[in-house]
Design a protein around this ligand. Structure first.
Ligand code: GAL
Length: 650
């Protein structure tokens, strides 16, 4: 069965409306509501006094409509009494300001008091409903780390940071040596002297910054795992466990694959456009988020918040055009979303999210958006097995949070953006309508034919070894600039000519480097098949000298025209490409086409803005077709209206 429904907040409305609302929700074709994730105060109005009667009632009524429930543990927003009685639970920003009560997610992950009280409400709630057949899943907290909540610089965090460092380095001498604290005379006599990276004059030690990022990750993930263990201990056997991943996951300070390893499945909150944005993020950026979420546990996932109306807290964003949000739902289903809940049943008239519009707005009219959701639910139910079918990919894009955090602490080019650099290499493959996995770099590579490794500056011998083996056995590896620059302590390596541990694979060395901007575009000259494909490079450039590699592009500007910008090396039975900077689209398209052709990976041609995703279930083929544009398009002789989506049987 496919679970379809909405996020429902019955506590926002007069109780008498519940029957009407649930009838409206049922009328969508829904079979599930997600409730409860911000309602701690309703369940524990005073410390230690628990009362679940409100939700007992809600669940009774939901059951009468023959629907199921996902229940969120309410720890993302705590009651005012809690902050009042235990102010130490409030997190602190980098300037030492305690976050005040109000808003949400303003707790410190390292507060023992918060962990105790959050653990207790979680336990009481789950114990209360362990036998409730209608609750088929628990959601832990809500969007860990979102809206900057994964950073806290308070004294509790600092003390635990010291313990974390002591456990890792054992002796302070070891830490001093590894971090190079001799520089600027920062040698520590004791772990207790180590600062947290609050603002200082110029910048902190890079090793400290990376360890702080790792420590933030441990803080978020140990909290998540502690709460999940409580749910697992007390829940009913029929109840599964998830947590919802928010957008902007590469900008967060915790390792997501580690975070969700204790979950039965991943849930994602899909908002292709949000407050203040004039237009949605590009289709490939949305697609990449789905591939990332599928990659977290290497299985299909849920969407528990799918956007339907315009969103924003104080500033509202773009209004999805008729059928556009519906089309994003089909895109999600195509990429492996197996169950979907829309955010949210009805926009609230009061509170901070007055402008987060839902399936229904405050006018309470069941209008265009209601009908769109209804049509999705009606149609998609006949594809249960397709939605559950496994997706396998020949192409993988690798990422690693240590690497992302290292870039964040030293962006090196003022226009460097990790998301953009990952998308730069993802996009040309996406355009060919193939399956792409976006996965952590420590995953096995054997099942792939092509491995794309964007800007992997922390690249150790272990990963280099696996890439070497992959290429030797016939795979294609695509690396981009700054690969192999740093070690696990975020330091450079004496005597390592770049690209360090992958120099033999790349068959070229980096002699000099230059940080460029996006407006500083350098023209390249192509060779061989690339002679007629114009190319520019921006953001960054590595100046390469080919050793065994072929030069695909070289620089043309004075002083540097002897240097290569893009190379290709044969290695074992495979090939290794090195993209020495922010290469523009045409050249990358050609590289992707060649690589896909070499490996005989099936591609699907489609017009610009038309995305096609192939699924196979029980030997039957299905093509999910999404028109991301406001123009009429055609695909396989089928007309696609603006923003139309279809499932075709080729
Ligand atoms: C999500 C969040 C929801 C709601 C929504 C508004 O990030 O999980 O609780 O705030 O955004 O668009």
């Amino acid at each position: 069965m496919t679970y379809l429904g909405v996020d429902y907040y019955p506590e926002h409305w007069p109780k008498e409306m519940m029957e009407e609302d649930l009838t409206g929700i049922k009328g969508l074709g829904a079979n599930m509501v997600r409730i409860g994730e911000f309602a701690w105060h309703l369940m524990e109005p005073e410390e230690g006094k628990f009362d679940f009667s409100f939700f007992d009632d809600v669940i009774e009524q939901v059951k009468q409509k023959d629907m199921n429930v996902m229940f969120g543990t309410p720890t993302a927003t705590f009651p005012a009494w809690l902050a009042d009685q235990h102010p130490s639970i409030l997190s602190e920003d980098e300037y030492g300001n305690k976050r005040v009560f109000g808003g949400r997610r303003q707790y410190c992950f390292n507060s023992d008091i918060y962990r105790d009280l959050a653990g207790r409400i979680t336990m009481k709630l789950v114990q209360h409903y362990a036998g409730e057949e209608a609750i088929i899943s628990w959601q832990i907290d809500n969007e860990f780390g979102h809206e900057g909540s994964d950073q806290c610089y308070c004294d509790q965090c600092r003390a635990k940071f010291h313990t974390y460092l002591q456990e890792k380095y054992q002796t302070i001498d070891e830490l001093n040596e590894e971090w190079g604290t001799i520089f600027w005379g920062q040698t520590y006599n004791a772990f207790s002297e180590i600062p947290v990276p609050k603002p200082t004059v110029t910048t902190h030690n890079p090793s400290l910054k990376l360890e702080w990022a790792r420590f933030r990750s441990v803080s978020v993930n140990s909290f998540t795992h502690e709460m999940t263990a409580i749910v697992r201990e007390f829940k009913g056997n029929h109840q599964s466990v998830t947590t919802n991943v928010s957008g902007g996951f590469f900008d967060k300070w915790f390792d997501h694959a580690d975070n969700v390893q204790v979950m039965d499945y991943v849930s994602y909150d899909n908002y292709p456009v949000w407050g203040g944005l004039e237009k949605p993020v590009p289709p490939e950026a949305i697609a990449m988020t789905h591939d990332f979420n599928r990659g977290l546990l290497d299985q299909n996932y849920w969407i528990v918040e799918e956007l339907m109306g315009a969103q924003g807290h104080d500033v509202i964003g773009y209004l999805p055009r008729p059928n556009q949000a519906k089309m994003w739902s089909y895109q999600a289903f195509a990429h492996g979303c197996s169950n979907m809940l829309y955010f949210r049943w009805r926009g609230m008239t009061k509170g901070a999210e007055q402008f987060c519009y839902g399936v229904v707005d405050h006018d309470n009219v069941y209008g265009r958006k209601y009908k769109e959701v209804q049509s999705v639910f009606e149609d998609i139910q006949s594809y249960n097995e397709v939605l559950d079918s496994e997706i396998s990919s020949d192409v993988a894009v690798l990422y690693d949070y240590d690497n992302i955090w290292s870039w964040r602490s030293q962006i090196q080019s003022k226009d460097f953006d990790f998301n953009e650099e990952l998308l730069r290499l993802y996009r040309p493959f996406y355009k060919k309508n193939i399956h792409i996995d976006v996965i952590p770099a420590d995953r096995p590579l054997e099942s792939y034919k092509v491995v794309v490794v964007p800007v992997m500056l922390i690249l150790d011998d272990e990963l280099a070894g696996r890439l070497r083996q992959f290429a030797e056995q016939g795979g294609t590896v695509i690396l981009s600039f700054r690969a192999g620059l740093k070690d696990k302590s975020n330091n450079l390596r004496l005597g390592h000519v770049l690209p360090g541990p992958v120099r033999d694979l790349v068959g070229a060395r980096v002699e000099e480097i230059e940080s460029l901007t996006t407006s500083h575009n350098l023209t390249l000259k192509g060779h061989g098949d690339y002679a007629d494909i114009p190319a520019n490079i921006s953001v960054w450039r590595d100046l390469l000298v080919a050793e065994s590699a072929d030069v695909l592009y070289e620089y043309t500007d004075a002083f540097y025209s002897d240097y290569a910008a893009v190379t290709k090396n044969s290695f074992g039975k495979g090939n290794v490409y090195y993209i020495g900077g922010g290469l523009d689209e045409a050249a990358l398209d050609e590289i992707a086409a060649t690589v896909l052709n070499t490996h005989r990976i099936d591609t699907i041609e489609s017009d610009d803005g038309v995305e096609v995703y192939h699924r196979n279930s029980d030997g039957e083929d299905y093509l999910f077709v999404m028109n991301h544009t406001d123009q009429v398009k055609t695909f396989y002789n089928e007309n696609l209206d603006p923003y139309e989506s279809k499932i075709l049987r080729p």
